[in-house]
Design a protein around this ligand. Sequence first.
Ligand code: ZN
Length: 443
Amino acid sequence: MSKVFVLDIYKRPLDPIHPAQARLLLRNKKAAVFKRFPFTIILKKLIVKFPEPLRIKFDPGAKTTGIAIVNDLTGEIVFAAELQHRGFAIRESLTSRRQLRRGRRARKTRYRKPRFVNRKGSDGWLAPSLMSRVENIETWFYKLRALAPIKFVSVELVRFDTQLMQNPEIQGKEYQQGTLAGYETREYLLEKFGRKCAYCDKQNVPLQIEHIHPRSKGGSNRISNLTLSCEKCNVKKGTTNIRDFLKKDPSKLEKILRESKKPLADTAAVNATRWKVYEIFKNSLLPVETGSGGLTKFNRSQQGLEKTHWIDAACVGKSTPEKLTVRLRSPLALSEAEGLIIQGVKPLLITANGHGNRQMCGTDKFGFPSRHRTKKQIHFGFQTGDIIKAVVTSGKKVGKYVGRVSCRATGSFDIATKAGRIAGISYKYCSAIHKKDGYSYGA
Ligand SMILES: [Zn+2]
């Protein structure tokens, strides 16, 4: 559970509060629920108070993006979320659309000149599946900014900081773990050697930093003399020269020697998606801080935190507090000894689902039109995807149901509740809790 967002009567964000406090305000009718996901309340009386500035932090990922809102002064994680992107769904639906259109064109129609050659993509074009990730992040940045007093942004932009590795002053064992430069070096090597043992190609095993030309024989600590190997190979190689060690495999020897000399281009370290995300934050006119993946990992392991997307997000950048609080303290607790610091921060799980499609005509498995749809999406004020509460007072299905609704023109809806699907609930019993916004929410 994270803290609850609070708005004043003019919908300006105030300091987020503990859920217990929010419950109290709601019970005493001093506030009303403004939004269910993320949970936000709106006060009924004007109060004049300047909220403490917060920092929003992002760790953009291919499948999941971690989001954290942190109070830099107290080190408290006010809010955490994990945003699941759509990824392959977009590619699949574009492929399906392309195939349908191709099928249509190939049927009994007149010849049409190819038109794709006179189209030009704009500069900075990204594939739709990648752009969707960027837009998901943008959406949530602006959504959260409207709910919390966010004054700073941090984002993980690069995997590793090449500047920091230019002249590493660290020695021997420190390379393994422990220092920031060590972490950056590790991330760099992981990327360069494809996350596998350089000698036996084993993946998904703990990898150690290896000196290609052994230290004991005058090998340097420079990045060009380092590679990654599994423990077994590392021990086996020991202080033998690489030329002797790989005597039986000259092609691998040549490959390692060649790759170690080759510098990894800076561009490979920053991907296009992250740049786009960075531009969005820049355009918001808030001060943006960027961090590297090595620094994130360093910050996280310094505090002994586990690896999750939202904790990674909280650890992005140099501004990360010395001690992040991953537990919420109840405002009703008098002392820590009372044991009321019970609930840890739980991330809001957000899944991007898109807004449906515009396809008006469904096809059978051969691609022939078989069913048609109307343009009308809103029926009796509801649309498929709304989260609703239905209180049925008469008939066979008396009871209370909460869940995602599937609407029908007849006004007889289906509700997907936690216990299962309930069919045939009249719109008359329904009230919306959270309107469809293209996302679904977990615990
Ligand atoms: Zn190995």
